[in-house]
Design a protein around this ligand. Structure first.
Ligand SMILES: Nc1ncnc2c1ncn2[C@@H]1O[C@H](COP(=O)(O)OP(=O)(O)O)[C@@H](O)[C@H]1O
Ligand SMILES: O=C(CO)[C@@H](O)[C@H](O)COP(=O)(O)O
Length: 533
């Protein structure tokens, strides 16, 4: 094994909702550098809250595309200042929050191709986007377009059978359709449409990067079995989409060398390769080296639950995506919009903004919360589609408030009962040896993970590095270099760190939560009905 200054490095980025993060691994898969840029506090000129702008209609949610570009400038400058030797980086890959769309303006490809190394990206790309505010995954403003798409393909289930999901408002195809219908001038001024992931890869390549199969599965446009754009979906969405979306490629593809801009400005080697970027949840699956039987729970801005599956069986709830690491496999995904930001709101209201006091409230209240159950949907939830705050006492009577400690437990229990209920509807069942792998910002909180373990009745494991999407991106960068020769992802990453056991279920929990789950399911039905009346 080589040592010293020439040892190869692999760089993994994650353009997530609230921040841009990076992990650099050496060939032993040990992290040698980690860094990040928080959008709200480090780029205050964009005035985001939690990385986004919520518009006056309460449904439209966007992020400034130039904020993501500027964050990359800032991150690379930080890494340079920290002394990272970019010439050792053999491959770069990355991930992005899923579903978000970037609309490149006519002429942008020439600008990308001729970037001047003396200037930052942000200044040079200012005029390269036809839409400055990119729709992101929190958006729920394309309801009409969803209905139209389902009608055009023969119903919600038919759409799910083709694309892995019924129509969802945040899915990119429906956002593209909305742009075409409401701002046709901007649509016509667009020469390419990227996902956040392929947009970020394009910056590194100096030309437009292909969308990968796995993140492409979150658009309501890709046929997940043939792994090609679905003609019927493209036609129902907007004109000229074959040209605007470009090709779709396996997630393990090497897209090309890093552009000369990065060679001259930061000292990357000309031979450094860019491996297709993908969605943050697929990248997390790679970072956690998920095995069949495991369930991953990501507690980031969104909460997500995902599983490795061999056979796609799309349904009206949840999503099936092509696996990011194995062309023959798939992953099932559930997404919950009211995750960390709702936990932060309750922390601020009930425990004076302190995670320590929030944790103490969990420790001081019993599993089952003496029968109190809560649903906390600050924003229209994705799974299930309901909104509002609903609290029930042990007699199933709706009440207007809980005391602070009960409120904290009701929130966390309600969130995890929902994660389990919907994961079971997707086919997940707890068997002996089942592991829950936790990741994302809130996985740093052991008391939250204890509730997760109690409710799933399974041991919870986590990685030291809570950002598994970055880690997975660095793994994928390394794997991309050898994937063509048939080496499997798992062979390449077998030396990687094993997730560590964080907590096991408390003895009494199984009985408490098996009962509670039944009540929760009935109450959820009531909440759903009241949300739709
Ligand atoms: N100790 C903690 N306990 C609970 N939640 C936490 C803790 N530390 C951070 N978080 C949550 O992690 C969230 C960020 O998670 P992260 O996975 O980095 O987000 P994203 O990748 O979506 O930008 C924050 O919004 C915060 O609420
Ligand atoms: O919409 C989804 C998945 O379908 C979200 O999970 C986004 O991918 C955002 O991820 P985070 O920033 O919360 O990690």
């Amino acid at each position: 094994m080589s040592s010293g200054p020439d040892r190869p490095l692999y760089l993994g980025l994650d353009f997530s909702t609230q921040q841009l993060k990076v992990v650099v691994l050496d060939e032993d898969l040990s992290p040698v550098h980690q860094d990040g840029v928080l959008f709200d506090s480090e780029l205050p000129e964009f005035r985001t809250q939690g990385g986004v702008h919520v518009h006056a209609d309460g449904l439209t949610v966007t992020s400034p595309v130039l904020m993501w570009v500027k964050a990359l400038d800032l991150l690379l400058e930080k890494m340079k200042r920290a002394g990272l030797d970019f010439s050792r980086v053999r491959a770069v890959s990355g991930s992005g929050q899923q579903h978000g769309s970037v609309f490149w303006r006519r002429g942008a490809s020439q600008t990308l191709d001729r970037l001047h190394p003396d200037q930052n990206l942000h200044l040079q790309l200012q005029d390269s986007f036809s839409v400055l505010d990119s729709p992101v995954w929190m958006d729920s403003s394309s309801g009409q377009q969803c209905q139209d798409l389902q009608a055009a393909v023969g119903g919600a289930l038919r759409l799910a059978q083709i694309t892995g999901s019924r129509a969802y408002e945040r899915f990119t195809g429906n956002q593209i359709s909305k742009l075409y219908q409401s701002q046709v001038d901007k649509f016509q001024d667009t020469e390419r449409i990227s996902l956040v992931s392929s947009f970020a890869a394009s910056l590194f390549l100096g030309h437009y990067a292909a969308i990968d199969y796995s993140d492409g599965s979150g658009m309501n446009l890709l046929d997940i079995r043939t792994k090609s754009w679905s003609e019927i979906c493209l036609e129902a969405t907007a004109p000229d989409l074959h040209r605007l979306l470009g090709p779709v490629l396996p997630s393990t593809s090497v897209l090309g060398p890093v552009s000369s801009y990065f060679v001259h400005r930061y000292g990357f080697s000309e031979s450094c390769r860019v491996v297709a970027f993908t969605g943050d949840n697929p990248a997390s699956l790679a970072g956690m080296r998920l095995r069949q039987g495991d369930v991953a729970v990501s507690l980031g801005t969104s909460d997500t639950v995902f599983l490795w599956i061999q056979e796609p069986r799309p349904a009206l709830e949840g999503h099936v995506l092509v696996s990011p690491v194995d062309l023959q496999a798939y992953m099932a995904l559930l997404c919950f919009k009211n995750g960390s930001l709702t936990r932060e709101r309750i922390r601020n209201q009930c425990t004076r903004g302190s995670w320590e006091c929030f944790s103490a409230a969990l420790r001081e209240t019993p599993p089952g919360n003496n029968g109190n159950i809560g649903f906390y949907f600050d924003r229209m939830e994705i799974t299930p589609p309901a909104v509002g705050i609903h609290r029930f006492d042990s007699n199933d009577s709706e009440v207007s408030r809980f005391c602070p400690e009960v409120e904290v437990r009701a929130l966390v229990e309600g969130q995890f009962l929902s994660r389990r209920l919907h994961a079971e509807r997707l086919g997940y069942c707890i068997i002996s040896g089942s592991r829950v792998l936790a990741t994302g910002g809130a996985s740093a909180n052991k008391d939250i993970l204890q509730v997760l373990s109690d409710i799933f009745s399974a041991p919870v494991y986590s990685l030291d590095l809570s950002n598994s999407a970055c880690l997975g991106s660095a793994y994928r960068a390394l794997h991309g270099l050898v994937a063509e020769s048939g080496v499997s992802f798992y062979d390449v990453v077998k030396k990687g760190p094993e997730p560590q056991l964080v907590c096991t279920p408390q003895p009494s929990a199984e009985q408490v939560y098996d009962q509670m789950l039944k009540r929760f399911s009935q109450l959820e039905e009531r909440v759903l009905q009241s949300s739709h009346t």
